[in-house]
Design a protein around this ligand. Structure first.
Ligand SMILES: [Fe+2]
Length: 205
């Protein structure tokens, strides 16, 4: 075919580290639970803005500065973010990247997170701590959707790169990275257990 793809949207997904994930995730899960117990303002905010679940997004969103466990996670994640930025050919010579925000999301049954993007950053992502079997994945939307004017619908068996949405399964120990402008959502958790993830943003200077 005389075809070539241009302007692709790359999504990165990899294991955080080759070994020791179970122990690290146990430590993170324990801290996430402690945080929810401690963070009254966050619980209040979540009641209104994150129904059924808990997020520290509006109350404690710089966890990498407050906890050595989250600080350790930051170091590990930064390696992945560098690799991703390199694959995107971003020119970071003589520049620094840094984590600006890092927050916890606990989703019991029914909790959902509707379509959004992450302002004020260039790379964002999620690390999965607890992912009960069958819990919702991370669904991304084709960033050109708002520009489609008269396109016919896609075939049911369209090539995966040609679909308007793609969903990455949530898997404990995995880190998913995307450019911060890419809209995404998490469908309601339909599993009778808590799904725990840590989201984060990176900026450059
Ligand atoms: Fe997000």
């Amino acid at each position: 075919m005389p075809l070539k793809a241009w302007f692709p949207t790359f999504i990165y997904c990899d294991k955080l580290q080759p070994k020791g994930l179970a122990k690290f995730n146990d430590e993170l899960a324990a801290e996430c639970a402690q945080l929810r117990d401690y963070d009254e303002a966050g619980r209040k905010w979540s009641e209104k803005n994150y129904p059924g679940g808990y997020t520290s997004y509006a109350s404690m969103h710089e966890l990498h500065h407050f906890s050595s466990t989250f600080g350790g996670l930051e170091k590990k994640l930064t390696k992945h973010v560098r690799a991703y930025a390199k694959a995107l050919d971003m020119d970071l010579r003589g520049r620094e990247i840094h984590m600006t925000d890092c927050w916890v999301n606990i989703m019991p049954p029914t909790a959902a997170h509707s379509l959004h993007l992450h302002p004020l950053s260039f790379i964002s992502g999620t690390y999965y701590v607890r992912t009960p079997k069958g819990c919702s994945g991370l669904k991304f939307e084709d960033p050109r959707l708002s520009k489609f004017m008269a396109a016919p619908p896609k075939l049911a068996d369209a090539h995966e790169a040609n679909r308007a949405y793609t969903t990455y399964a949530a898997e404990a120990g995995n880190v998913i990275l995307f450019e911060s402008w890419l809209r995404h959502e998490v469908a309601a958790n339909r599993v009778d257990d808590e799904r725990i993830s840590i989201s984060f943003n990176y900026a450059w200077r």
